[in-house]
Each structure stands twice: as C-alpha cells, then as structure tokens.
Design a protein around this ligand. Structure first.
Ligand code: FMN
Length: 480
C-alpha cells in the first residue's frame, strides 16, 4: 500500500515539476543574442521582407526602404547593396509591436515592462578576448565607402549619412562611459562629421574635451543587438551606463571586447565597429540633412571625426534608420513614455495611460474620473507633461477615449474641450533643441495643452454614441 502511494506521489511530483518548469520557461523573457537573432525572429514572424535585387546605396535603397515601410509596414533586409553582395537592414523598430518582441510582451504591456527596469539591478559587462565584431579588421583604410555602403537617404541630403550608429564616449574626468545614436555625415576618405545635440550626454562629454583641448576617442557601433540599441535611446541618468542597462533588459551581461586602436569596449556581437577620434577643434561644413522633424536641417560647421580602424563580422549587416520616420520616433517615444507616465502618476494616480506615438513631440494622456475637489487636475497634468522639453503639445482625455486612435482624440477635442477655458498656452519655455519652428537655435519654445475631459456629472451632455453589443456581435453570422 505504502509502495503504491509512494509511486503515485512520485509520478505526481514528476508531472508537477514538468508543468512548473514549462510554466517558468514560458514566463522567461525572450532574449536575442545579437541583431541576427532578432532578424531571424522577425523573418519567422513575417515581419521582414528580403530584397535580393541589387540596389544602389545612393538614393535607391532609401526609396525602397521607405516604400516597404509605408506600403507594407515591414522591416527590410537588402542582400545586394551596390552590386557587391553587401547587406543592409532597415525598419526593424517601426512600431511598439516590433519593440515589444524584444521583451516577449504584448505592445500594450510594453511601457509597464520598460518601467520595471528602472530600479532593476544593473548587470556589469563581461569582457571577452575574441569577438565576432573583430572577425575582419581594417587598420589601414583609405576610404570608408570601400568597406561599407553608407547610404544616401534623402534627396537633398548633402552626402551619405550614418543614421543608426551608437557613439561610445568616455567622460575625461570620471571615466563614465556614455553611448547614444548621433548622426554622422561621410565627408571623404576616413572622415565624418558628427552632430551632438545640445544638452545630450555626448555633447556634455565632448565639451569637456574641448576645454581640455584634447581630441575625444570614440567607438561607433553599427548593427547592435536590440537591447543595446534600445538602451542607447533610453535617456537614462548621466551616472548610469547604457551597456549595464542593456544587460538588465536582456537578462544577462553584455559581452564586450576592447577596441583595436582606442581605449573603448564595444559589444562583441555587433556587426560593425568604427574606431576614431573627434577633433576638439577641426570642424567642417555639414548638411543639409533630412532630420527627425521631416525637414532639412540647415548647413552648419560640425566637428570632424577621423576613423583609425574599422572592424566587422564576416558578411556584416549594415543598419540604416530613415530619419523622421516612425522608426526613429518609436525608439525615442517608447522609453520617454515610461519616464513621462511615471512623472504624471506622481502628480495623480488617476492617470491611466499615455501615448507619444506616432510623433514623440505630442502626448495624449488618458485619465480616470477624479473627485470634484481635484477640479483642474487636467491642467496640472498638462503642465507636467509640457515640462518634458521634447513634448510640444499635450491633450488629456477621459478613459472612454482610445488614445491610440488620433480620430478619437480629435473627437474628444472637438466635442469636450471648451477652448476658452480648456486651452493652455505656455509661452517660451525650454523645449526641443531641434524644434524647427524656433527662429534661432537658442530660442525657447511655446507649448500648448488641451484639457479634453468632461466631468463625470456632465458626461450625459457629451455621451459617446454607440450601437448595442458591438464587441460581441459576430459578423460571420450576418455576412457571407
Ligand atoms: C535615429 C536617431 C538619430 C539621432 N540622431 C542624433 C544626433 O544626431 N545627435 C544627438 O545628439 N542625438 C541624436 N539622437 C537622439 C539621442 O540618441 C537620444 O536622445 C539619446 O537618448 C541621448 O542619450 P544621451 O543623452 O545619454 O547621450 C538620435 C536618435 C535616433 C533614434
């Protein structure tokens, strides 16, 4: 008898552990080792188009990339750029959905997931001696474009542009490492121009080198794994390190290797690494360039980088982001949503959700009903959202408005906002440094907020129309 029960208990235990292990397995976040792993995944999901026909890096690749984005809403992998069998990737972060794949969550759970990393333990990098990103080394290079097909994207761009390069720098005082995307224009030979937007961390670090009258060593990562890419655009505090933050998001340390000619570590599994130095004094004419506001930024003098070495994987994949498209906006908006949502929830727990897409400069805030003693809360939320420099206008709506649908938001503004009292104009405060509406680079920005909510006791006045049982109605029963 005892033996019989013992066997049953044993079987039960084995089965139970099997289910627990499978359950835990399914709970574990999916982690991609490198960009190639992410590309394979997107391909299997049907999110990627492969273009085998040869395309020119001058205009043609960008035109095809834009068409695939606008008409197919997909990522693209070119396998023959410039007739040299070079690979180029585009459009892989074009939506909340694409970024959500990285974390194995649904798009609507993404902001919560990103918020969960804020206080999670950071994972120090793991240094390795040999790395895929150094499989091929070019120390004696004469022209960058002989090695890689940097594309010429927009018609009136001044030249070929690197738009998805993560620039790694080091604070000369503290040794703190910073990494974020900066655009770089190909000049000729081994030379690029670089744009450091004012107040960004790389700009702050470069200014320290200028004071010291020293060139700034840099490493440029092209084709980083998705966690490193997302970390570089996360706007984490200066004291933090994007490599360690990427490790936290990935769930394991980022493997790094030391560069060949500069004192920097770079992700071992990246596709390309460009090593070099930004001159503290030499500048060159850059631009115009199609920027993130979908206008051509003007010409100006920008610092010059001299590349000392290029390393890459075998059969490397170059990555191109078309500036001003939803790919750039998504990379900037998603981490910003997590930051702004937290800021708004500090003002009121009634905030349900926010949406900064498709343009990260406009913010829609969804708020639950609040008691009469909090009347005016909509404006507090607007002021808080507008204090984020990049946000130019914000709208607050009730919970019955779908904040992912611009038509719904417009409907709320048209029907619920009494603009004589619900419109807030905040004149001339610190705004987005690249806002093209400013007359000069130093000008502050005027911002706008609209409270398009209606108090619960007034809701009858502007109740949204709806048919009965729309959600449960099965059309297949009615149409063939
Ligand atoms: C496609 C793309 C291009 C960008 N180009 C630039 C640029 O040229 N210069 C710049 O300073 N920031 C640029 N940014 C924004 C920064 O990378 C981003 O704000 C980053 O979070 C800054 O981080 P940091 O302040 O820690 O360096 C770009 C972002 C994206 C997604």
């Amino acid at each position: 008898m005892v033996g019989f029960w013992g066997k049953q208990q044993y079987c039960f235990l084995v089965l139970a552990s099997f289910f627990v292990i499978s359950f835990l397995g399914s709970q574990q976040a999916r982690a991609f080792d490198d960009l190639r792993g992410f590309i394979d995944f997107l391909d299997q999901k049907g999110e990627l188009v492969t273009v085998e026909k040869a395309v020119s890096s001058k205009h043609e690749a960008a035109t095809v990339q834009m068409k695939i984005l606008k008409e197919m809403d997909k990522a693209v992998l070119f396998t023959d750029v410039d007739g040299q069998g070079r690979k180029m990737l585009g459009n892989i972060y074009i939506s909340r959905k694409m970024i959500a794949y990285m974390f194995d969550v649904k798009p609507q759970e993404l902001v919560k997931k990103v918020t969960s990393f804020k206080n999670a333990q950071r994972l120090p990098v793991k240094a390795v001696d040999a790395a895929p990103c150094q499989e091929v080394v070019h120390e004696k290079l004469s022209d960058l474009r002989e090695i890689m097909s940097i594309p010429w994207n927009y018609e009136k761009d001044a030249n070929y542009y690197i738009t998805a390069g993560i620039v790694v720098t080091k604070d000369p005082d503290t040794g703190k490492v910073n990494s974020s995307i900066c655009r770089m224009m190909y000049r000729e030979g081994r030379h690029l121009n670089i744009f450091f937007a004012p107040m960004q961390h790389n700009w702050m670090i470069f200014n320290k080198y200028k004071v010291l009258k020293q060139d700034m060593p840099v490493a440029i990562i092209i084709g980083a794994d998705p966690y490193m890419m997302f970390a570089s655009e996360s706007g984490i505090p200066y004291e933090e390190n994007e490599f360690e933050y990427a490790g936290t998001m990935k769930g394991e340390p980022i493997e790094v290797v030391h560069c060949k000619t500069v004192d920097h570590y770079v992700p071992a599994n990246a596709e390309f690494i460009l090593e070099g130095a930004v001159s503290w004094q030499e500048t060159g004419l850059e631009g115009p360039m199609g920027e993130n506001q979908r206008i051509y930024g003007p010409q100006g003098e920008l610092p010059v980088i001299t590349i000392s070495c290029v390393t890459h994987r075998k059969d490397p994949i170059y990555q191109n982001i078309l500036p001003g498209t939803v790919e750039e906006q998504s990379l900037l908006a998603v981490p910003m949503e997590a930051r702004v949502l937290q800021m708004l929830r500090n003002v009121s727990s009634r905030v349900v959700n926010i949406n900064l897409l498709p343009n990260f400069m406009n913010c829609v805030i969804q708020v639950d009903d609040y008691p009469p003693v909090q009347r005016g809360l909509g404006k507090n939320l607007l002021l808080s959202a507008l204090s984020e420099p990049w946000i130019k206008y914000a709208v607050v709506v009730n919970k019955d408005v779908d904040i992912d649908d611009p038509n719904e938001v417009n409907w709320a503004i048209s029907t619920r906002a009494d603009l004589a009292e619900d419109l807030l104009v905040v004149e001339r405060i610190w705004g987005f440094v690249m806002d093209p509406s400013r007359k000069s680079k130093e000008d502050p920005v005027t911002k706008m907020g609209i409270d398009a909510t209606v108090d619960p006791y007034e809701r009858e006045r502007c109740l949204k129309t709806d048919v009965c049982n729309y959600g449960t109605c099965d059309l297949m029963k009615y149409v063939r």
